[in-house]
Structure formats: structure tokens, C-alpha cells
Design a protein around this ligand. Structure first.
Ligand code: GLN
Length: 555
């Protein structure tokens, strides 16, 4: 097959319906039938990328191997498909305009008036076709961010309309995702919002080929017929997407609804190869029947919005399933932790993760968490800023370096144990200027973390400006905190660990960006294993206490 086929996914009625999960689930099913698939996200905002956004805006910023700062949906794509994405997989209005304006300045438009149609739409169409062409995928699924009817997504919708003509009917199709709300007072599912949103698409010149309806309750044949009739689609193209207990079940639900078959049929592609979902189902089985439970605290400053830590929470889901263990994730606000309430806030946990972040808000709570975990022998994983906090804590309380800090928090600290990287000095612009993307890390064979990785060279993704200050490495190692992962090219410290501790690891990179359903990240898997060890020990102590109590009462 040499022509790439295109699927566009639009959303109607409301945001947050899960376009990313539906796109990823369809992609998974097509991949399981032997097709090469990728997913692209078009975001209608004017930021060039989400790297400069506060996580409260759209959740976490996901980072690809090639160092693109992207929308968190790309994380879902990678976790479902187990294949890396890159810069081309996420395009924003800002990036489109930036490119068009650069061309205008160069004189590429030869004196023409530069307009939304055709110049912006051409740029959008090119960026859609580029993904397919560059990597030669069989199928590209392009998810249009926002909701149909938004002013800012109009150029994208118009581009889809044009592409439908450019590509021809069996080479592309549009899937529209909407909501069928349930009204408890009348006990009914309502199709009117779907009808309206499809009408809006039709007004823009697009007839959707498939409708995916998000719903709390099963859709009756009557409802399906009504939607098909009013929205001008075949009954087999009305797909139910009922609420699921986990996002990882959605591919199977979509398979039951024959979404993949419908799509392949419309694209004129053979659907004879049965999808191979064996390993996926095995993962789901383990996820749903855990034998043990651990409680992990995720200490961060954006905890009000769980999407801010999406890749971390998903990594725990993967690592839990790998260990047949349920991970109860407790989101703990670092600003609410102080020296006096550690027992209440942290004492019951089997493991703690101190999250990545920027700036000084909530930093002392993170440092106190690292101290509590270190002193009480509780499994600890510090990621990026979390690792830096563990280093600061160790400097202050073990090495006796009073007021030690990262220069990000205190430029005049007497002990800058975390300092700005050399290549960052002199950089003032914020967008896309951090140390980003995959870098190699050599692992010390005599370390705890080697037991997790079982390999000496790994590539992990980065997003930071500050680093461990090697000037102090000797002091740290002499006192029991060791650098066990080093970048072989630059000597930057990548992993710190305390060998004497049950499991105390700080990583300068972001392991969470690489964890997938089929390849749970070894650092998370090993961390959960250590937490399970502690949980078992605690249970044993409780049992022994109970036995002693009973014996005492009997005597
Ligand atoms: N603010 C820290 C730095 O820039 C940590 C970044 C992060 O946690 N991603 O180095």
C-alpha cells in the first residue's frame, strides 16, 4: 500500500469527551490488525507549543524523544501504540502562523496578500500530510483540538473540508465525537446536542462519516436509528462509547462496536486480519485482579488538577499491573506539608514520589518529604525537581550545608548544590530553550537502579535547566548518596541513589514519558516492588502485634 489514508477526529457539544482516548483506541485496533498508524494532534491555541503553559491550563506538558514539548494527548498515543511520536505529531495555531509569517518575511508569497484561506489552511494541510509522507504510515489519525463551533478551530475545520476533496472519499474520513447526555428526571438519553453539533459541522461543509457517542447508559436501537436518520449517517456508523472503568478498556469496547471494521470498510482497506490484542488483554487482566495494594503519595504543587501529572499516574497504572498490585495514588499538596505534620500527611504511605516542577512555590514541602522518606526508610522516587529536592535535603541535613539550595530558588545560596547548566547560562527566552528530549545515561552496575534496568546504557527524556553541581559530588558520595547514572558525553549526573536505604532514587530525567502498556518503565516497576516490600513488612508487624495481644488476653 503506498497511499497514506487519513482519519480526522473532531469533537462536539463539550470538551473533555476523550477524543485522545478514542483516537488512541482506534489506532490501537488498526495497529493490532497489522497497519502502521500514527496520531497527530492539532491544537487551536496561539502558543507555539505548550512548553510555556502553566500545567493548570491544559495539564502536563509531554516531551518526545526529539525534544518537542507537546500536548498530553501524545502521551496517550505513545502509551497505547508503544511507538514514539515527534514534533510533527503536535501542531498549534501558533506554530502554523509562525511558519506562515516567516515565509511572508522571506518573500515566499511573491507579493500576494497573505490570508487565512488559502495560506493558513495550506500550511495546516501540509502539516497533516507531512506526518504521513515523512514516515510512510498506512494511516494517520489527526485529532482536531477544541470543539466544533469554536472560532479558533475554524481554519482547521476548513482544512479538513478541503482535504476531503483533495484526497477523495476512500482515502479519508471524519469521525465526530459527541455526547448523548442522560436526563435522570425523565430517565432519557438525549440526542439533540448531537444533532446540533453535526449540523454545525455540515454548515462548515463537512458530513461526518462516523459518529462516536459518549454516554453513561447503553444506546438503544431507537436512539441509534434516530441519530443515523437526523445526522445523515449509516446506522452501522453510529458507535456507542460508554463510560469505562479504565481508559485501557476503550479499545476493546470500540472493537465490540466494530469501529475498526467500519473505518477500514470506508477506507477501502482489507479487514481480514484479526486484531492481535493478546498482550493488551493480559495487561487488562492483571490490572483488574491485583493481589496486593500499596499507597503511594504523589507530592506536587499542581495536585488540584490530576492531568498535571498524567504520565506519572499512568506509569503507576502500568507498573502496578506489572506487579499485580493496586496502586492507590494519593495526591498531596506540597504547600500543605510542614515539619510538624509529616506523620499525619506522609506516615501511612508505602512510597513517595516528589514530582517535577518549576519555581519555589511548595518547594520546602517537597524537601521535607524527601527528608521524611530518607529518615524513615520509605521508598522514594524524585523526578527532575523531585531529585533536586532530595539533593538539597541531603546537603542541608546530612552534609550540614546550611541553606544549601538550587540556584533556581536562591541565587545567593552559600551551597549551590543544584545549579544552572553551562549551556543555559545567557539564555533568557523561555520557549523551547530547556535541555529537552532523549539523552543517554550510563548506569553503574553496582547500583540498585541497575537491578531495575538490567542494562548499562539507557536513553531517557529530559526537560530542565538546572543540574546536580559536580563540585559537590565527592561530599555526597562520601556521606552515602551516590551518582549511579551519568551522561557519558557531558558527565551530567542523571541518577542519585542512597544504597543504604530501602529504595531511594532521584532521577534528573522523566521516566514517566517512556512508560507504556506493553513496556512499563523499569524505574516505576522497581519502585512499586519496593513499596510492596514495605507494605508487606508493615502488615506482618500488625499481625504479630495482634497475635501478641490475643496471647496476652488469653493468659
Ligand atoms: N525546575 C527544574 C529545572 O529546570 C526542574 C524541572 C523539572 O522538574 N522538569 O531544572
Amino acid at each position: 500500500m503506498n497511499t497514506t489514508k487519513y482519519i480526522f477526529v473532531t469533537g462536539g457539544v463539550t470538551s473533555s469527551l476523550g477524543k485522545g482516548i478514542i483516537s488512541a483506541s482506534l489506532a490501537k485496533l488498526l495497529q493490532a490488525r497489522g497497519y502502521t498508524v500514527t496520531i497527530q494532534k492539532l491544537d487551536p491555541y496561539i502558543n507555539v507549543d505548550p512548553g510555556t503553559l502553566n500545567p493548570y491550563e491544559h495539564g502536563e506538558c509531554y516531551v518526545t524523544n526529539d525534544g518537542a514539548e507537546t500536548d498530553l494527548d501524545l502521551g496517550h498515543y505513545e502509551r497505547f501504540l508503544n511507538t514514539p511520536t515527534s514534533q510533527e505529531n503536535n501542531v498549534t495555531t501558533g506554530r502554523i502562523y509562525q511558519s506562515v509569517i516567516e515565509k511572508e518575511r522571506r518573500g515566499d508569497y511573491l507579493g500576494k496578500t497573505v490570508q487565512v484561506i488559502p495560506h493558513i489552511t495550506d500550511e495546516i494541510k501540509n502539516s497533516i500530510r507531512l506526518v504521513g509522507k515523512k514516515y510512510n504510515y498506512n494511516i494517520v489519525i489527526t485529532e482536531i483540538g477544541g470543539t466544533v463551533g469554536d472560532i479558533e478551530s475554524l481554519p482547521y475545520i476548513e482544512s479538513v473540508r478541503q482535504l476531503k476533496w483533495d484526497l477523495g472519499p476512500s482515502n479519508c474520513l471524519v469521525i465526530h465525537l459527541t455526547l448523548v447526555p442522560y436526563l435522570p428526571t425523565s430517565g432519557e438519553l438525549k440526542t439533540k446536542p448531537t444533532q446540533h453539533s453535526v449540523k454545525m459541522l455540515q454548515e462548515a461543509g463537512i458530513q461526518p462519516d462516523v459518529l462516536v457517542l459518549r454516554t453513561q447508559k447503553k444506546l438503544s436501537d431507537d436512539i441509534r436509528n434516530k441519530v443515523a436518520l437526523f445526522c445523515n449517517v449509516q446506522i452501522s456508523s453510529v458507535i456507542e462509547s460508554i463510560d469505562a472503568s479504565t481508559i485501557y478498556e476503550v479499545p476493546l469496547l470500540m472493537q465490540d462496536e466494530k469501529l475498526d471494521e467500519t473505518v477500514l470498510h470506508k477506507l477501502n482497506l482489507p479487514a481480514n486480519q484479526k486484531p492481535d490484542l493478546g498482550p493488551w488483554k493480559e495487561f487488562l487482566k492483571r490490572l483488574k485482579s491485583p493481589k496486593e495494594t500499596v499507597r503511594i503519595g504523589l507530592v506536587g504543587k499542581y495536585v488540584e488538577l490530576h492531568d498535571a501529572y498524567k504520565s506519572i499516574s499512568e506509569s503507576f497504572t502500568h507498573a502496578g499491573a506489572a506487579n499485580e498490585c493496586k496502586v492507590e495514588l494519593e495526591y498531596i499538596h506540597s504547600e500543605q506539608i510542614n515539619e510538624k505534620n509529616t506523620v499525619e500527611k506522609l506516615g501511612y504511605l508505602d512510597g513517595m514520589l516528589v514530582a517535577p516542577g518549576f519555581g519555589s512555590r511548595g518547594i520546602e514541602g517537597k524537601i521535607i518529604t524527601a527528608k521524611y522518606a530518607r529518615e524513615h526508610n520509605i521508598p522514594f522516587l524524585g523526578i527532575c525537581l523531585g531529585m533536586q529536592c532530595a539533593v538539597v535535603e541531603f546537603a542541608r541535613n546530612v552534609l550540614g550545608f546550611a541553606k544549601a539550595n538550587s540556584t533556581e530558588m536562591n541565587r545567593r545560596t552559600p551551597y549551590p548544590v543544584i545549579d544552572l547548566m553551562e549551556e543555559q547560562k545567557g539564555i533568557t527566552a523561555k520557549g523551547g530553550t530547556m535541555r529537552l528530549g532523549a539523552y543517554p545515561c550510563r548506569i553503574d552496575k553496582n547500583s540498585r537502579i541497575y537491578q531495575a534496568y538490567k542494562t548499562e546504557l539507557v536513553n531517557e527524556r529530559h526537560r530542565h535547566r538546572y543540574e546536580f553541581n559536580n563540585k559537590y559530588l565527592k561530599d555526597f558520595e562520601a556521606a552515602g548518596m551516590k551518582a549511579v547514572g551519568i551522561n557519558p558525553d557531558t558527565n551530567l549526573v542523571e541518577i542519585m541513589e542512597i544504597p543504604e536505604h530501602r529504595w531511594f532514587v532521584g532521577v534528573q530525567f522523566h521516566p514517566e514519558y517512556r512508560s507504556t502498556v506493553l513496556q512499563p518503565h523499569p524505574v516505576f516497576v522497581d519502585f512499586i516492588k519496593a513499596a510492596m516490600g514495605l507494605a508487606r513488612k508493615k502488615q506482618k508487624t500488625i499481625k504479630q502485634k495482634e497475635i501478641k495481644e490475643t496471647e496476652k488476653n488469653l493468659n
